[in-house]
Design a protein. Sequence first.
Length: 319
Amino acid sequence: MRVPEAKVSLDHPVGKVIYALAAAQELAARAAFSAVRKGDDGEALHDLRVSLRRMRSLLSAYRHELQIQKSTRRKLANLAQVTNPARDAQIRLDLYAALPPSRQTRARIGYAWAGRQLHMEASEYAHVALVNTPAEFNRLLAQIRRELQGHCTGSDRLWRISLADKIQTAWRKLDRRLQKCGDKFEMPEAHRVRIAAKHLRYLVEPAAGLLQPCKPVVRETRELQTLLGNLHDTQIFTAWLLETAAATGANQAHRTLEDVLGEPSTSEERVPDVLPGLTYLAKMIDARKRRIEDQARSWCASGGNRRLATAVQTLLDAL
């Protein structure tokens, strides 16, 4: 989804710029939410989450200049969290669709069963997110607009000066995370690197159309964020596999004991033997995870951290 363009300049007061950027994200969020409610756009939920995340990042980065209430920023975070289960369910479904189907007869049953479960969960969680969001969504965006109108006009510092300070702070944090993570890219440190890269990218992107040195920073942070986001997605799928295996195993054990004891069945349905299929999916996800880890290590080995540090310094010099 295309975000409405904000008419800004590096030499505008930071308050004016942030108001324009936040207003553009608000319009994008409203459009995405409308698409989510219509249900005819598979990317609408993702677009809504991105708009809310960018707005929250913006308000957090410039919180001292804007004096937006902390409770307002917390409500925005809570609103985004309502969509987390739907987001995770869609990630699992997309990953499942990207994996090759099993050719083994015993695994096909569990593989197909997992697909049905993932489709059902994605639909259910998307409905829950939609039902729980509407009223609070509109009230919160209206509240943010009022608070921005009250505070942004008093922030007269030039945007280029504030932006340079924010970039320096965000880069130092990302650099520390990268140094601590090394080339192993293990969770949870790899997840912290991804979040830090995302924050730096979100800071720089609004100025990318105004200053060419922004573009290498955006490119490198986007590549790193994408790699580590893909790695995080495999972790989400792995957690689902483990939970599902435990639940189906308990169900099967319960039915077996009912049969042995001659007790009437209390289970709604018999779950087929899905373990071979889940095992196959686990092997595929583990292989995918290892490939992504290799790609992340290649980013490091090719001098990704050094390229990013150079790009950030070049940008700061230009500001």
